[in-house]
Design a protein around this ligand. Structure first.
Ligand code: FES
Length: 106
């Protein structure tokens, strides 16, 4: 099972075991990671699952697709590495992934 570390704005690290095929958002929800609300349930329409992908993981995670990019576009706090975690499928290659939860979601 791939391990994913969520770092919240207070610096706390939440390492969770994710299942291949679920989304990074679902892994966060399953383990009660604070700051990932996922109000729309993963439909790419709320942006309350926003994360900043750690720089060294950005190439492996990839860029947002069109609909996700549109949602992120309206965010003033969009930064390099911004992704909606419901749009990142967990794969074995993402074992060790590190993402940060934005302060505005805490
Ligand atoms: S859960 Fe709503 S956009 Fe990701």
């Amino acid at each position: 099972m791939p391990k994913i570390t969520f770092i919240t704005s207070d610096g706390a690290e939440h390492e969770v075991e994710a299942q291949v095929g679920q989304s990074v958002m679902e892994a966060a929800i399953d383990h009660g990671v604070p700051g990932i609300d996922a109000d729309c349930g993963g439909c790419c329409s709320c942006a309350t699952c926003h994360v900043f992908v750690d720089e060294k993981w950005r190439a492996e995670v990839g860029e947002p697709v069109d609909m996700e990019a549109d949602m992120l576009e309206v965010h003033d706090d969009r930064r390099p590495g911004s992704r909606l975690s419901c749009q990142i499928p967990v794969r074995d290659e993402l074992d060790g992934l590190v993402v940060r939860v934005p302060e505005f979601q805490m």
